[in-house]
Design a protein around this ligand. Sequence first.
Ligand SMILES: NC(=O)c1ccc[n+]([C@@H]2O[C@H](COP(=O)([O-])OP(=O)(O)OC[C@H]3O[C@@H](n4cnc5c(N)ncnc54)[C@H](OP(=O)(O)O)[C@@H]3O)[C@@H](O)[C@H]2O)c1
Length: 283
Amino acid sequence: MMNKTWIVTGSHTGFGKELAVKLAQEDGVNLVATSRKPGQLDFLDQYDHGQIDKEILDVTKHDQVVTTVKNAQAHFGSIDVLVNNAGIGYFGTFEESKLDDVKYMFDVNVWGLVDMTREVLPIMRKQKSGIIINFSSIGGMFSFPTLSFYHGTKYAVEGMSESLAKETKDLGIKVMVIEPSGFRTDWAGRSSHKTMPTHDDYKQFGEFIKNNEEGAHHEAGDPVKAAEIIIDEVKNHSDNLPLRLPLGKFAVDTIMDKYENTLELLKENYDISVSADQPERKE
Ligand SMILES: NC(=O)c1ccc[n+]([C@@H]2O[C@H](COP(=O)([O-])OP(=O)(O)OC[C@H]3O[C@@H](n4cnc5c(N)ncnc54)[C@H](OP(=O)(O)O)[C@@H]3O)[C@@H](O)[C@H]2O)c1
C-alpha cells in the first residue's frame, strides 16, 4: 500500500510537534513538517529515513503556503492528510483588545487555515480522497470572557469546516474539527498576547488572564495523547470520522452542557421563533 502523506502546520511546539514526532515513527507515513524558522524541527532528524520533508511555513505568507504544498506533492506524489494546527491566542476584553493584534490572530487562525486548505483541495479532489483536520478549540463551541476575538476565529473555523464537509462529502474528502480544552502546550503562555484590563469596570477579568498565563504547561490535557488519538482516528476509523472531536474532559463536558442548555432555550422560545414565518399557504 502507498504511504499516506501528512502535512502538519506549526510543527515546532505543542500539538503540532507531538503529531510530527508520532507520525515520524509511524509505518506507511510520509511527513511534511513545517516551522516558521529553519532549525526548529531538528528534533525530527533522528527518525528521518527519507520520509520526512521539512518546510518553512508561515501560514500568513501565501508564497510559503504555495511552495509548501508544491514541494510536498513533488516529494511524495500525494497529499492525504492536512492538519491545520498552527494557531495563536489573544486575551483581552472586547473593548480593550488591540485590533492590530486581533486582526493578525484572524490572519493566522482563520485566513492561514483557509489558504492552506484551498491550496490542498484541488489535489485532494483529483485524488478523490483526503482528510482535512482543522484545529478549533473548546473555544469554538463555548465562550469565556476576555477571549471574544479568539472565539471569533475558532467559531469561524467551526462554521467553515461544517460547510466544507458538506461540499466535499461526495468527493471523497473528509473534514474533522478538533476541539481541545486546556492542554500543556505554549498556547496560553508565549503564543497568546495579553492585554490586561485597565478600566475599573473590567478589572475583575484580569484574574482570569493571569490564571491562564500562570497555568500554562499545567493544564489537564496531554498533547502526546491528543496526537495518538488523532492519528488513531485517521488510521483506524477513517470511514467513520467524527466532524467534531472534543479532546479533554472539560471540553466534552462543557460542550455537552452548552448543547443541553441551548436545547432548553430553543424549546422555551419555540412558539415565538416559529411565529415569525408567513402563515402557511393553503392551496
Ligand atoms: N493548548 C491548548 O490549550 C489549546 C486548546 C484548544 C485549541 N488549541 C489550538 O491548538 C493549536 C496548536 O496550538 P498549541 O496549543 O499546540 O500551541 P503552541 O505550542 O503555541 O503551538 C502553536 C504552533 O503554531 C505555530 N504558529 C504560530 N503562528 C504561526 C504562523 N503564522 N504560521 C505558522 N505557524 C505558526 C507556532 O510556531 P512558533 O513556534 O514559530 O511560534 C507553534 O509551532 C492552535 O490552533 C490552538 O488555537 C490549543
